[in-house]
Design a protein around this ligand. Structure first.
Ligand SMILES: [Zn+2]
Length: 347
């Protein structure tokens, strides 16, 4: 486990909780600016040796490689999405999801041309995951990119958090950041204005039995917290809460309620919601007990474009444990996951 670099940083990492109400976002902005200053301090010890390749062993993540995906510009990311769309076999795209691949990629490409961030939250389409005839609502460009990561490739042999899952989660953030942030944007102000998701979550799970067993990930973000996005954000949340109820993960009596006190967000707000819904649809084929997950705040961890990227393994203080709403969803009688596997105790 990496030690925190400064005690000040430790404080920064602990202040913002999973269920951050909008009225504490001013505090978050100060933290983000402070964090960006901290990121400027080089620390070679935080760079692990070798990262595995992503997307069915086709894409370098390791920054030592010339064609590392972490170095891709927007045009290269778009070209890559097109390559996967054109040759889903090579990237081991989930069979059922292939029917939705073209429309998802085309939507990402078209909406990434927008210069105003609001359309990023109005990119609603439906897509299949692994079950025929079961369409999921993907409401934002961040959902679309998360779906792409969740259906493309399975985890390579030997993958662990340090050499694969955490870097892949960071790559997810880099992709949507480069696809959505206007090139002329003043970076710190753009982040501080909550134009970007404030939390991402990855769930890792084993699926299938014996020789057919594979390890997959589902990854998604929450909806950016900007004040002007309030209507869109609530619409997304409400639709996701309805999906949780329809799929039997949430009891109807808890509609518009929260288990996160005080000032908790309602069900459907968390980045965990879509990964949990995806996995619920295939739960009988999943080893629920061993599933594990982590959540982090991209604003606090990722350095900015133009600076050297560090694939540092997060410290326990950087990882957010599942909130009480999520603990309920993943618990006994629902997903049947092990709660400790969704906390910082894995670090
Ligand atoms: Zn939660």
């Amino acid at each position: 486990m990496q030690e925190l670099r400064t005690s000040k940083e430790a404080v920064l990492m602990n202040v913002v909780h999973d269920a951050t109400p909008v009225n504490v976002q001013a505090t978050m902005q100060e933290e983000i600016v402070a964090r960006l200053v901290l990121e400027a301090v080089p620390d070679a010890a935080l760079v692990p040796t070798k990262l595995l390749k992503a997307f069915n062993n086709m894409v370098f993540m390791d920054e030592a490689e010339k064609d590392s995906a972490f170095k891709w510009k927007r045009s290269q990311i778009i070209a890559f999405l097109g390559k996967v769309k054109g040759n889903p076999d090579a990237y081991n795209v989930v069979q059922t999801a292939r029917d939705s691949l073209t429309k998802v990629v085309d939507k990402i490409v078209s909406i990434s041309q927008e210069t105003n961030p609001k359309p990023f939250l109005q990119s609603h389409i439906t897509a299949l995951y692994q079950v025929k005839n079961k369409e999921f609502n993907l409401e934002t460009i961040f959902d679309l990119v998360g779906w792409f990561f969740s259906v493309t490739g399975t985890s390579p042999t030997g993958a662990n958090r340090e050499n694969y899952y955490y870097p892949l989660a960071c790559l997810f953030c880099v992709f949507w950041r480069r696809l959505t942030r206007p090139e002329n944007a003043e970076v710190e102000a753009y982040i501080a204005a909550n134009n970007e998701p404030q939390k991402i979550q990855m769930t890792v799970f084993d699926q299938g039995k014996a020789s057919k067993k594979v390890t997959r990930i589902c990854i998604m973000s929450n909806v950016p917290g900007k004040k002007e996005f309030k209507t869109e954000r609530e619409k997304v949340r409400d639709s996701r809460e309805d999906a949780l109820i329809a799929d039997g993960l949430q009891e109807k009596r808890l509609k518009n309620q929260t288990m996160v006190k005080p000032n908790g967000q309602k069900f459907g707000s968390c980045a965990e919601t879509l990964p949990f819904l995806f996995i619920k649809s295939i739960l009988s084929d999943v080893d629920a007990k061993t599933a594990e997950g982590f959540a982090f705040k991209p604003q606090l961890i990722l350095p900015e474009e133009g600076k050297t990227y560090k694939y540092n393994k997060p410290s326990a203080e950087q990882i957010d444990r599942a909130c009480n709403n999520c603990a309920y969803l993943l618990g006994p009688g629902r997903l049947g996951f092990t709660y400790d596997n969704f906390t910082e105790s894995k670090y």
